[in-house]
Design a protein around this ligand. Structure first.
Ligand code: SF4
Ligand code: SF4
Length: 188
């Protein structure tokens, strides 16, 4: 087997005791500290930081305005502008969800309802936010544009039960989404 001989770099006395590197590190830290105290930290302006470094002063300051359009937060259910549930309880999102965070109990729409042709709506719709990995596949697969990942990122709770978003909570966070979906089209 061929061997390759590597020549170690020759270090002078200063390099051997790391003094140069230590002072260089101190100088760099001092430069950043002074910049930070003067409110000139790199990136501070973009985060609306107080100037004391780039740390956002949470909770007085929030990420909300700085979220990029593509940010994927909590998955939610949405209604249309007339308060109708878009979800038809097809359970595609429940099937596709990788960590099995979604649990749906479908129910029928009564035959005397003007929208009985829609057939189903969710009786219960739970998303376990401890399991959810914010992948967005439920949004991708939904044929009725009924489930969306909103920008909410403050998902907290003091028990496992509180971390399960039920149908009421999902609609609360989701709100209204305007735009035609097929199930409300009388001609289809
Ligand atoms: S975002 Fe992904 S993990 Fe979360 S509920 Fe939707 S499909 Fe499941
Ligand atoms: S949210 Fe969409 S994919 Fe999930 S059950 Fe309702 S209609 Fe089907």
């Amino acid at each position: 087997m061929a061997t390759i001989k590597l020549n170690r770099p020759k270090l002078d006395a200063g390099e051997k005791i790391y003094l140069g590197a230590i002072f260089k590190g101190f100088f760099l830290t001092l430069t950043h500290a002074i910049k930070s105290l003067r409110g000139k930290s790199a990136g501070a302006e973009g985060l609306a930081s107080s100037g004391l470094g780039v740390t956002m002063q949470f909770p007085e300051q929030r990420w909300d305005e700085h979220m990029p359009e593509y940010y994927r937060g909590a998955p939610t259910l949405v209604t249309d502008e007339q308060g109708r549930e878009r979800c038809v309880s097809c359970q595609l999102c429940e099937f596709i969800c990788p960590p099995k965070a979604i649990k749906i109990t479908p129910s029928e729409i009564p035959s005397d309802d003007p929208w009985a042709k829609v057939e189903k709506r969710p009786l219960e719709f739970d998303i376990d936010m401890i399991r959810c990995i914010y992948c967005g596949m439920c949004e991708e697969v939904c044929p009725e544009q009924a489930i969306y990942l909103r920008k909410d990122y403050l998902i907290t709770g003091t028990s496992r039960d509180q971390m399960v978003h039920n149908k009421k909570k999902l609609y609360e966070i989701g709100g209204v989404r305007v735009g035609l979906v097929n199930k409300w089209n009388e001609l289809k």
